[in-house]
Design a protein around this ligand. Structure first.
Ligand code: GLV
Ligand code: GLV
Length: 322
């Protein structure tokens, strides 16, 4: 019997076409915004869907699984999967997959971009020019800092963190240290990276970059207590998930000058962005776009489709999360 798939928002076509080529029926939300939970429940109860592709903006839990008991696989169109209650999925016998391995290059490049935007004060300079304030070259106008030779501290050394390490070690002669629950022999061999505690990462790094998934154990990993260990004048970058960093503690550290600047693609209360962050000139703020490019989106779309097809044909998804 033909399978029915629901997608909670339009995504890149490549994966949708793969599903249709299999003869599956694919329905896609027509709304150009995230669906509210009630809307997802309503959509999913319209048919006996067999699979769902959901987005990181969808909160998926037992209520959703109950609304659609026939869907035994939810493929999350994201690397992160903190939007899904895995416990509820397990109880409902639903397989969850993510897009790990798909957007690491994009996010790592973006991370380096945020670092350079801050260290070379590119965004500040841009705003200055746009406001018509540029009246001529001046020796001390927007003096920045070298990235070359600096110490980079990675909080999390998965595929994204490892690439950031490689780009900065090879390209900018940076010294790399990292904290992680597991050692990463590859990044140690390639980048001479040193595995140390989180507290030591905060103490030693000129630039701290967060690359850990959001899990109960990583919520507020950087917080009011340990942020005091941050080296004076360090830069903090977060392209992972907002709640890994306690936002009020980060803002306080910025106000005190303990942090020289922050580059954020994600926010603790996303999509809400703290007004204080918006008023500061030493912040670079982007709207969760680190992986926003067709190469990554195509890979994500393809992987969601492959997971669903493999689940139906081989009874096993490819990138299941548990
Ligand atoms: C983006 O944030 C993702 O998790 O893919
Ligand atoms: C974290 O999500 C990573 O892959 O580095």
């Amino acid at each position: 019997m033909s399978k029915h798939i629901y997608i909670t928002r339009q995504i890149n076509e490549i994966g949708i076409n793969m599903l249709r080529e299999k003869g599956y029926h694919v329905d896609i939300s027509k709304k150009d915004r995230p669906l509210h939970k009630d809307e997802i429940k309503k959509e999913l109860s319209k048919k006996k869907y067999d699979a769902v592709i959901c987005l990181l903006t969808d909160h998926i839990d037992k209520e959703i699984f109950k609304a659609c008991p026939t869907a035994k696989i939810f493929a999350n169109y994201a690397v992160g999967y903190n939007n899904i209650n895995l416990n509820d999925a397990k109880k409902a016998g639903v397989t969850i997959t993510n897009c790990r391995g798909t957007s690491a290059h994009a996010v790592a490049e973006f991370t380096v971009g945020l670092i350079l935007s801050l260290s070379a004060r590119i965004v500040e300079g841009d705003l200055f020019v746009r406001k018509g304030k540029y009246k001529g070259w001046k020796p001390d106008l927007f003096l920045g800092e070298d990235l070359f030779g600096k110490t980079i501290g990675l909080v999390g050394s998965g595929s994204i963190g490892s690439l950031v390490a490689e780009f900065l070690h090879k390209g900018f002669n940076c010294k790399i240290c990292y904290s992680d629950v597991v050692k990463n022999p590859v990044v140690e061999a390639k980048c001479n990276a040193e595995h140390i505690s989180l507290e030591e990462v905060l103490k030693n790094s000129d630039i701290i970059s967060v690359h850990t998934p959001l899990l109960p154990s990583t919520k507020h990993l950087i917080n009011k207590k340990n942020i005091k260990h941050v080296k004076d004048g360090a830069i903090l970058i977060n392209t992972a998930r907002g709640p890994v960093v306690e936002e009020v503690a980060m803002i306080e550290a910025l106000e005190k000058g303990k942090l020289r600047g922050v580059g954020l693609d994600v926010y603790e209360f996303e999509p809400e962005v703290n007004k204080k962050l918006m008023k500061m000139t030493n912040t670079v703020l982007t709207p969760h776009i680190a992986s926003a490019r067709d190469s990554a989106r195509n890979e994500m779309s393809e992987l969601c489709a492959k997971n669903i097809i493999s689940f139906f044909e081989k009874n096993r998804a490819i990138t299941e999360v548990k």
